[in-house]
Design a protein around this ligand. Structure first.
Ligand SMILES: Cc1cc2nc3c(=O)[nH]c(=O)nc-3n(C[C@H](O)[C@H](O)[C@H](O)COP(=O)(O)OP(=O)(O)OC[C@H]3O[C@@H](n4cnc5c(N)ncnc54)[C@H](O)[C@@H]3O)c2cc1C
Length: 505
């Protein structure tokens, strides 16, 4: 392979957006993604031969988890199955869940496509970045994600008022955020069979089938949920973007001769260690893994400096629970995977609470009565701005995450709200003592200088020209709501600045 202009590590919201934009501007870009292409209708229609099934049926046990790790686990992380969909890391004070596969978190997300809920989110962190500047990047990513504003005439079944009608005096729909958008192909009429849609690049997808309950956090086999492999990677691949799946980056080394960086990765197809070199490397492996790669590379002497690396780590205030909402006539698994959220009606300070039914329950290899019970349960998720006081470091070669939820008032409020919801409805919310986050942020934050951050307004690491961070680890603050559009907008900004400052060879 000839040397690329840009090597991108990871293909989630940061990696896919940055890679596609830069490749479409004429640069030679290679994406290294540790996970496989997922076996979905759109990926099949793209002609990708090596695809990996989503966890369904018996594969639920073997394909659900890629790896587990934690501060207290012996050794480094334990890889269970390199085709697995999720990775879990048990830190001190928080558990992190992230995903693996071409398209990253877009396969498992609930497709809520919104701007930050924290006011003036981008103002005041670094010269050259502000709410006014970032606004156009949100517009661009929302347009490319083909995000839809759910309207009454979409007739989405089983939204919050229907599901919780028995408790309508106490529990109602969450207040919609400004510009509420979702990333689903909604049918014109929910009564007809979902139609096949073929986009301008020949990629096939189906509209949502509200009854099939297939589109939640275990992936979207029909492609009705908008994923990054479809809207960003597929068009860019037609213009030369190269995506190497099952390619797990181990370290980055700054070279003194030849191209500036060497990236070593394990090719899980062959089991071999390979290398790529290039002048520009964009790290976008998701917060946990971006920090792991950068910290490990620095510990091994490949990189240096970055005094703020691993500082200001946060969880976006995520707090998950299992709401055992066991009402006989309510199937939480019908409709979209997210219901629009719930709110305790007479609490003016009620935090953001989302959620929905468990996905693909009919495929679980469990007794029928248990599946029926699970279809009535609601996965409840609270979130809000946390104070990002956590740290991520390497101790004796092992990744260590330290986070104290008590330093962020949002958790006390969420715990109290879950308890109140349980008390008023008579259906308890079971939540672990240690919060689980699916929105880890920070650790390689945007800042005004090397004393306050790891990357500058171009997304470039202060003391490493040509090295960039495009994912959630660069976010300077918790968005307070679902963060994927904020990560995508940051990557879009990074790509715009890169294209303006460099020329393709
Ligand atoms: C269950 C669930 C529901 C969610 N719902 C929503 C929602 O509705 N709205 C929303 O905005 N957000 C949602 N999120 C969060 C969203 O998915 C993440 O915030 C987002 O994906 C993070 O983007 P990223 O680019 O930082 O990382 P990711 O999207 O996680 O991408 C990182 C990629 O890098 C790859 N990678 C990791 N290590 C390596 C390595 N060493 N070498 C090569 N590749 C590597 C990973 O496999 C992955 O594909 C949800 C998350 C989960 C888990």
């Amino acid at each position: 392979m000839s040397e690329p202009d840009v090597i991108v590590i990871g293909s989630g919201f940061g990696g896919s957006v940055a890679a596609a934009r830069i490749a479409e501007a004429g640069f030679k870009v290679v994406v290294l993604e540790r996970g496989p292409w997922r076996d979905t209708v759109p990926v099949r229609s793209m002609g990708i031969v090596r695809r990996s099934p989503l966890p369904r049926g018996r594969l639920l046990f073997t394909r659900l988890l890629r790896a587990i790790g934690g501060n207290r686990m012996p050794g480094s992380r334990l890889r269970l199955n390199s085709h697995g969909l999720f990775e879990l890391f048990f830190g001190s004070g928080c558990t992190i869940a992230c995903s693996s596969g071409v398209g990253g978190g877009s396969h498992v997300y609930s497709a809520i496509n919104i701007r930050p809920l924290a006011p003036n989110y981008w103002d005041g962190h670094a010269p050259g970045v502000s709410d006014a500047i970032m606004s156009a990047h949100y517009d661009a990513v929302l347009e490319r994600m083909d995000s839809t504003t759910p309207m009454a005439d979409h007739r989405i079944p089983n939204t919050t008022p229907v599901r919780f009608r028995k408790h309508a005096k106490d529990i109602g729909p969450a207040l919609p955020p400004p510009d509420p958008r979702i990333g689903f192909l909604l049918p014109d009429s929910p009564d007809e069979a979902p139609k096949k849609i073929v986009d301008a690049h020949g990629v096939e997808r189906y509209e949502v089938d509200y009854k099939s309950n297939e589109d939640g956090f275990l992936g979207s086999p029909t492609g009705s949920k908008t994923t990054l492999d479809v809207v960003y990677l597929a068009p860019a691949m037609k213009q030369g973007l190269e995506v190497l799946d099952m390619a797990e980056v181990i370290t980055i080394t700054r070279q003194h001769q030849g191209p500036r960086y060497r990236v070593d990765y394990r090719d899980h197809h062959s089991g071999q260690i390979r290398s790529l070199t290039g002048e520009h490397v964009i790290v976008a492996a998701g917060t946990l893994n971006t920090l792991n790669i950068l910290l490990r590379s620095r510990a091994q002497g490949g990189l240096s400096g970055m005094p703020m690396l691993g500082r200001r780590f946060g969880t976006n205030g995520d707090y998950f629970g299992y709401w055992d909402y066991n009402e006989q006539d309510v199937e939480q698994s019908v409709g979209l995977p997210t219901t629009g959220g719930v709110r305790v009606l007479d609490d003016p300070d009620c935090p953001v609470i989302g959620g929905g039914g468990l996905p693909a329950v009919d495929s679980y290899p469990l007794p029928g009565f248990l599946r029926q019970r699970m279809k009535r349960a609601y996965m409840i998720a609270g979130l809000g701005e946390d104070s990002m006081t956590g740290t991520v470091s390497l101790a004796h070669g092992k990744l260590k995450v330290e986070y104290d939820p008590d330093q962020s008032p949002i958790f006390a409020k969420l715990k109290a709200t879950f308890a109140e919801i349980g008390r008023r409805t008579g259906h308890r919310v079971y939540a672990p003592k240690t919060p689980i986050t699916v929105h880890p942020t920070g650790g390689a934050c945007l800042g005004a200088s090397i004393e306050t951050g790891v990357v500058d307004a171009n997304g470039e690491v202060f003391d490493h020209p040509g090295l960039y961070v495009a994912d959630a680890s660069a976010l300077p603050r918790a968005p307070g709501g679902p963060p994927s559009m904020t990560i995508a907008a940051w990557a879009d900004r990074l790509a715009t600045r890169f294209i303006a400052r460099h020329s393709p060879r």
